[in-house]
Design a protein around this ligand. Sequence first.
Ligand code: CP
Ligand code: NVA
Length: 308
Amino acid sequence: MTHFLDIHKTDAADLRAIIDQARDMKEARGGCPRGMPDAEQPLAGRMVALIFEKPSTRTRVSFDVGVRQMGGQTMVLSGADMQLGHGETIADTARVMSRYVDLIMIRTFDESVLLEMAEHADVPVVNGLTDRTHPCQIMADILTYEEHRGPITGRQVVWSGDGNNVCASFLHAAAQFGFDLTFTGPMQLDPEPEFIGLARKAGRNVTIERDPAKAVAGADLVVTDTWVSMHDSQSTKERRHNMLRPYQVNAELMAQAKPDALFMHCLPAHRGEEVTSEVMDGPNSVIFDEAGNRLHAQKAILRHCLGV
Ligand code: CP
Ligand code: NVA
């Protein structure tokens, strides 16, 4: 069974093949995200379930459109509306769903839900974000970086802000795609040591630098994300904002990076909080290309999982 659960759980060669296929499929459409079906229909006759236990715009729409472009069909399910949200076990849900659909994409809270689903499903399971990681996002980010600047291998990526689920997948990607990563943020919000260790074990240079200006010096790519994720309690909002304010990505901070450094954000963004509108809408920002590339990256992930 070929699941797509996390970047560090997929072979580096397969990850590279996914990025290459995403780029080829995008080019075959003339780069056009909308409208016509793909000339090739590798998902013809396939049914994909998209389960959401958290809100989503990009993941929901890009998976749905991507499956349809490849000739498949989707059903979008809210976890709360399923028996899953009313006491049926994840294992039983996985066994039942496997009798109806060819692949399950799930966005959930605790990673254990994703892992249990994968353990008991007879079909591939794809991670559409958990509290801990967001691998599909980072595959789109790699595709985007390479479209603009060429191979990401050997580049310097700086993450500014909360060492959260998206940051975790960047650390996994550092190991698999061979780039270095500097984290700058408050100590209380450092990325998980286990994930830092994974990247370092793979020979990557992972640095923690509390001073954001020093951290971004020489950066090829500056990335941030919301200061309060969907899994964070709203009661922590004020404390988080106070801790994270020095790590806002603004024009002054971007000026410390390389002149051609790109800016990325998985979105949704909070303009004026983790990033200013000046940076989001500025010449170095590729945030909407990133969002657009969710479609192409995920289509290749689905083909990888289904072996088609
Ligand atoms: N970036 C991302 O995953 O966006 P959504 O929450 O809208 O799916
Ligand atoms: N870190 C954010 C990412 C949203 C796509 C969250 O988990 O809410």
